[in-house]
Write a protein that binds this ligand. Structure first.
Ligand code: FA5
Length: 336
């Protein structure tokens, strides 16, 4: 009998079904609009009239049986799924696996903090172009080719004659050309020097450059700006002082020292008993540097400074070796 054959065929296939997806495929094959059951129904019209009723009833019975079998299989699959989900016993008293979260690198944290302080003081914060020209890194800063002061910066060169910046002063000329006085800008970014590393020196480190150009700007403004910044950064009122130094792009060139943040000016091993920490190079911007940037040096004056970010973090956090920052040593990084 045709219906019996189909039933056997269906049962065999149903036994092989493992999940809802397979079950649905089987449903379409047998009960779908163009499925096997409907194909049987269509045969009714080709039968002699006396056989039609009986055949029709038989196909209907088969359809009912198949529908029932589907429902029962569906229930079984559902039950087995639930068993799999809840069947495993969970011991909620066991200690969980520790999830270790990463965090922002200390240098980035401090970059953001420094940027925030200067922004609150009215400075715009910029990032340097990391590879630049000889002109921007030296010539525009009153350091022409063959000037002996070039030796102050151990420089890497690319094959094409470009320079991975040795200091963030490399951005000064760009700032003067793209801004109009009053200019208050800070550049925070990586610098690269072709020098041997030790506890206080890295080949790659960060500098914070600042320039302030307006009418009547003097060294007094410079000292006060730096004093306010360092007091904010170290979280206590600090004194600041300057002494003469030399950089070709400032005149007078100065070195700024702040009261030792560790001993409060009494004298300790970090400040070499002097009570002061020399922390950055600075000075009044050389008129030639302003003119090179298109600024009238008879009308405007300004100051500039450049300091090392890592050295400031070391002072604040009591870190003794600059090389820890890029060592990739997680014991160091996790302290922050
Ligand atoms: C300069 O680079 C000048 N451009 C700073 C400046 C800007 C002076 C504007 C005047 C006006 P110097 O080479 O001293 O100066 O570097 C400035 C600071 O960068 C240093 O005080 C130090 O904190 C940091 N620094 C320099 N070399 C290294 C190094 N190899 N590793 C880590 N920090 C460094």
């Amino acid at each position: 009998m045709e219906t019996e054959k189909l039933w056997q065929q269906f049962k065999k296939k149903l036994a092989e079904v493992g999940d809802f997806e397979e079950l649905e495929k089987l449903r379409v094959e047998f009960l779908g609009r163009k499925g096997k059951i409907n194909q049987l129904f269509q045969k009714v019209t080709s039968l002699p009239p006396e056989k039609r009723k009986e055949f029709g009833q038989e196909v209907n019975r088969l359809k009912g049986k198949i529908q029932k079998a589907f429902l029962s299989r569906e229930r079984k699959i559902k039950a087995s799924l639930e068993r799999n989900l809840t069947g495993k016993k969970i011991d909620i008293s066991l200690p969980g696996k520790e999830v270790s979260l990463g965090h922002i690198h200390p240098i980035t944290q401090m970059k953001w903090e420094v940027a925030d302080i200067f922004q609150r003081m009215g400075f715009e914060v910029l990032e340097p172009q990391e590879v630049t020209t000889d002109y921007d890194n030296f010539t525009a800063l009153n350091i022409p080719p063959d000037h002996p002061a070039r030796d102050m910066w151990d420089t890497f060169w690319t094959k094409e004659g470009y320079i991975p910046i040795t200091h963030t002063s490399s951005m000064q000329n760009w700032i003067y050309r793209h801004r109009h006085p009053p200019i208050r800008a800070v550049v925070i970014g990586r610098c690269f020097r072709n020098e041997a590393t030790d506890m206080g020196h890295e080949h790659t480190f960060h500098q914070i450059e600042g320039v302030y150009v307006d009418k009547g700007i003097t060294v007094a403004n410079l000292i006060e700006t730096m004093r306010v910044f360092f007091s904010e950064f170290f979280g206590k009122e600090l004194r600041a002082k300057v002494r003469p130094s030399y950089f070709p792009f400032v005149e007078p060139g100065l070195e700024l020292a702040i009261e030792c943040v560790l001993c409060g000016g009494k004298g300790c091993s970090v400040c070499k008993q002097s009570g002061w920490l020399e922390i950055l190079g600075c000075g009044q911007i050389h008129p030639r540097v302003l003119e090179e940037g298109g600024i009238d040096s008879k009308k405007y004056t300004g100051f500039a400074w450049g300091m090392g970010l890592e050295r400031m973090i070391m002072l604040r956090m009591g870190i003794e070796d600059i090389r820890h920052f890029h060592s990739g040593d997680l014991r160091f990084i996790r302290k922050f």
